[in-house]
Design a protein around this ligand. Structure first.
Ligand code: HEM
Length: 454
């Protein structure tokens, strides 16, 4: 009897399969997705139903909703990506797993991503960044920031996690990855010439390349006694249980390598690009970042590498990065699935439905961030003043982004070199579209001047 009194959330499921997907995607491309969601919230409140990417979905908004979604341990709300993402990235990736399986794979990835391990790689990242600036920035008057930052962050990931150095193999991986990413937020109808179809084909190619890499790394471990800390694949292959068996299956390695490749470069490239845009628009903030970085540069002799301690001194620069992530979160939102019927705000979300959360609406909430449209890094001076589940650029709870430290290091090192060596002026307007990651107008073309040699 109790159940019959519970209602489904307000809203319409729209037309079969497509539902409201195209409306949302169109709004994202037009940079009106916040308005699209705001109108929903105004019309229906913090909980409403719709269909996205082929599934009945409940959109949840607000602090209480974020807490429900991010603190869930998998017994009520499980990780579940849209069908398109699952078909492209595989069903054994960390994004699909829950409970013990999730913990096992996450622990394995953390062996590589924890700060104590990353400390060893600051120098390697810096080498990639210097090489990148020499090749793509030095001697130029105009550059387009976003595509260059994608190249840079992709190269960093290739080098650090997979041991794939510059050359034809990296280039091929890069092209296939780009094509694979383009169909991730699409309606999963596999017809020729669709983004989804191209993406599936690219995924097959990438998987074959990763399998080949696994075989090489396995041989390296066996024949040459390679160090398990050499790269992520070798590290995952080296994890054994007490009977000496591999803990992570080959399929899991393939699927998770794809996730880390995507999660690890697409997001940070957007962050660095938008930091550059905000710095160009906010002279006093630029001056403060420059001063912090110049001070660190002055303490080094020419050519000397940055240290872990130097990164710890870049406090203001990191606040600027956090404020950039608040105003333009690279991840617009994400999906979960209900494992059983759950109640929220007097409504029932039926078992098996998709849940959709979104970061920009939380980040633009006047009650959490007064005067939310203002770019103000001082909001993050005292991080404890931001209530839990209110800064969700990295998600939250047990599934919170395990790569946030990695992202912090590559962002800070890149910004250090950019502000101490170059100045830049914007050559396009300030708008951007989401595709699904934020893309500034024309990829952010800038006019640059080099102040100091690299
Ligand atoms: C500015 C950069 C980054 C942003 C904004 C970001 C954002 C996020 C967000 C919002 C989630 C949670 C999604 C959810 O709960 O549904 C997530 C998860 C994840 N991120 Fe990141 N990320 C960034 C960088 C990275 C990097 C550099 C790596 C790896 C090297 C990485 C690896 C992952 C992985 C593996 C997950 C899945 C975790 C799990 O399900 O347990 N991310 N990221």
């Amino acid at each position: 009897r109790r159940k019959s009194t519970k209602k489904l959330p307000p809203g319409s499921l729209g037309i079969p399969i497509i539902g409201q997907s195209l409306g949302l995607l169109r709004a994202m491309r037009a940079n009106t997705a916040e308005k699209w969601l705001e109108q929903r919230i105004q019309k229906y409140g913090p909980i409403s139903k719709l269909s996205l990417f082929g599934k009945p979905t409940v959109f949840l908004h607000g602090h209480a909703a974020n807490k429900l979604i991010f603190s869930s341990d998998g017994s009520t709300i499980a990780a579940k990506q849209t069908k398109s993402i699952r078909m492209i990235l595989g069903d054994r990736s960390i994004l699909e797993l829950s409970g013990d399986d999730h913990q096992r794979v996450r622990n394995a990835l953390m062996m590589f991503l924890k700060p104590e391990s990353l400390k060893q790689y600051v120098g390697k990242m810096e080498e990639e960044i210097r090489m990148h600036l020499e090749m793509h920035w030095q001697g130029k008057q105009h550059v387009t920031v976003l595509p260059l930052m994608k190249i840079l962050t992709f190269n960093i990931i290739c080098s650090l996690l997979f041991g794939v150095e510059r050359g034809a193999r990296r280039d091929k991986l890069k092209d296939c990855f780009q094509q694979m990413i383009e169909g991730m937020w699409s309606v999963p109808v596999n017809l020729p010439f669709t983004r989804y179809n191209r993406s599936l084909k690219a995924s097959k190619k990438v998987q074959n390349m990763i399998k080949q890499l696994i075989h090489e790394k396995r041989a390296g471990l066996k024949n040459e006694g390679a160090s398990p800390h050499q790269d992520l694949i070798t590290c995952l292959l080296s994890i054994r249980n007490k009977d000496g068996e591999e803990v992570i299956t080959e399929k899991e390695i393939v699927h998770n390598v794809m996730v880390v490749m995507i999660a690890g470069h697409d997001t940070s490239s957007v962050l660095i690009t938008f930091i550059l845009r905000f710095l160009a628009n906010e002279p006093p903030i630029y001056e403060a970042v420059l001063q912090e970085q110049e001070e660190i540069a002055r303490s080094k002799s020419s050519g000397e590498f940055l240290t872990w301690e130097d990164l710890a001194k870049m406090k203001y620069t990191w606040r600027v990065a956090l404020e950039t992530l608040r105003v333009v979160p690279p991840i617009f939102g994400g999906f979960r699935k209900t494992v059983k019927d759950i109640e929220f705000d007097g409504y029932i979300i039926p078992k098996g439905w998709q849940i959709f959360w979104s970061s920009p609406m939380t980040h633009m909430d006047n009650n959490i961030y007064p005067n939310p449209a203002k770019f103000d890094p001082s909001r993050f001076e005292n991080q404890a003043s931001v209530p839990p589940y209110c800064f969700v650029a990295f998600g939250g709870g047990p599934r919170m982004c395990p790569g946030n430290e990695f992202a912090r290091i590559e962002t800070l090192v890149t910004i250090h070199y950019l502000v101490t060596r170059f100045t830049w002026k914007l050559c396009a307007d300030n708008s951007f579209s989401r595709d699904p990651m934020p893309v500034p107008t024309r990829g952010l073309p800038v006019q640059i001047m080099q102040m100091k040699p690299l």
